[in-house]
Structures are given as structure tokens and as C-alpha cells.
Write a protein that binds this ligand. Structure first.
Ligand code: VGL
Ligand code: ZN
Length: 222
């Protein structure tokens, strides 16, 4: 369990300017950094994830009946389909990363030839899945990706998480990595937040409070 993994979260057209429906400011600018990381011998295992939703996914504001729902602004209650007692409020989004659409494709500048495995997540229309490991429900869990099994089989003990978006899928993936027993790091110049101000600060404080370590490209590649 001494191998080191780089997990590149959701570097997809819909999360990047200029045309992404949920474009994160500066999202495309981190690709050169990620490509340099991909070329480094530091990482034994390199995984890219894709947000991969059906058109009727629960995270899309358009799929909620209230006509006043607005993407980015509205919240909705999501209930565990197996347990009505487990629920939480979640932010609603524009339609994004619909399976097999151009918006769901990885950005072409990403050096995919250096990626060992691409893992899709968010296919179950009933649950939001920010984490590349699993949905947020615990009693019971509803959906799990192939990520945990792949990392365990590969002998990974440490994961470095990069990509989009810092306070949503990157954070959830790093937090779940820690829960699964991996040491977890964020490479902070290889990620961008939907809200680079307060959103970034709160997410960083929360992650550091849990034991996730923030590093930068230079500290890894030198
Ligand atoms: C993400 C919002 C909705 C992300 C995915 O990749 O951070 N954010 N779906
Ligand atoms: Zn999504």
C-alpha cells in the first residue's frame, strides 16, 4: 500500500470556459499544471474521473418541479431512495455533463495518454455524487464507482487530488479518500473553485480540519 495516485477530477468541457454550462473560472488554466504532474515519476497510478449524468439527473434544476428553481441559486432536498429518514439539502445546477454529449468530454488539452484509467460517476439519477468514490448517503450507500477497488488493487496508499471543482467534487473525493484509509492531499494550484473567495476558504479549512494536506506543484516536482 505504498503506491501514490494522482486523481484528476472532472476536467470536462462543461466545467471549463468558454462554453461550459457550469464553467469554473480559470478551469482550463490548470491543464498545463496537471499535464506536468502527469509526466512526473512521483505518481504510480493516474486516474481521471468524469461526471457522467443521465438527462433526468436529480442535480439539474430543470428536473425539479418548482418553476422558481434556478440553477446555482436554488437548493432542493435529496432523500435516500432506500431510507426516507436520510436526507440533505443540495445546490441545484444547470444541465451539465450529460452522458455522450460534447460537454461531458474531457478537455482535449489534457494528456490522456498518460492516464491509466478513466472512471465515470454520477450515473444514478436519484443521487448527487460529488465524490468520485460514492454518493453521500450512508444508511445505506446508494451508488459506488470503480475507484476504491481500482486504487486498492493497485496498492495505493496516498492520493493527490486535482481538478474541478475544488469545493465540490475535489473536496468530496479527498474527504472520501481519507475515509477509505488513504492519505489525502490537494495540489492547490491544480484545482479551481466555483466560488474562489469564501467557497475556497471554507472548503480548505474544512479539509485541513479533517487531515487533508494542501501542497503545490513545486513541492511535488522538486
Ligand atoms: C461538480 C457540481 C455538479 C463537480 C459536479 O465536478 O465539482 N459540481 N456536478
Ligand atoms: Zn454533476
Amino acid at each position: 500500500m505504498d503506491k501514490v495516485a494522482l486523481i484528476i477530477v472532472d476536467m470536462q468541457e462543461d466545467f471549463c470556459p468558454p462554453n461550459g454550462s457550469l464553467a469554473v473560472t480559470g478551469g482550463r488554466e490548470i491543464v498545463p499544471t496537471i499535464n506536468r504532474l502527469l509526466s512526473s515519476p512521483v505518481f504510480d497510478v493516474k486516474v481521471a474521473t468524469k461526471d457522467w449524468h443521465p438527462t433526468d439527473h436529480i442535480s439539474f434544476a430543470a428536473n425539479h418541479p418548482d418553476p422558481n428553481n434556478r440553477p446555482f441559486e436554488s437548493f432542493a432536498k435529496i432523500v435516500n431512495p432506500h431510507n426516507p429518514a436520510e436526507s440533505y439539502e443540495t445546490r441545484l445546477w444547470p444541465v451539465h455533463c450529460v452522458q455522450d454529449t460534447p460537454g461531458a468530454s474531457l478537455v482535449p488539452e489534457l494528456d490522456i495518454s498518460k492516464v491509466d484509467k478513466v472512471i465515470e460517476k454520477g450515473q444514478d439519477k436519484r443521487v448527487e455524487m460529488y465524490s468520485a468514490f460514492a454518493d453521500p448517503f450512508e444508511k445505506p450507500r446508494v451508488a459506488e464507482s470503480a475507484l476504491r477497488g481500482y486504487l486498492k488493487e493497485s496498492g495505493v496508499g496516498k492520493v493527490y487530488v486535482v481538478g474541478l471543482a475544488m469545493e465540490y467534487c475535489v473536496k468530496a473525493t479527498a474527504v472520501d479518500a481519507l475515509k477509505e484509509g488513504f492519505k489525502a492531499y490537494i495540489i492547490e494550484d491544480a484545482t479551481k473553485a466555483v466560488d474562489p473567495g469564501e467557497g475556497w476558504r471554507d472548503a480548505k479549512a474544512e479539509m485541513e480540519g479533517k487531515g487533508i494536506v494542501f501542497v503545490d506543484e513545486q513541492s511535488i516536482l522538486t
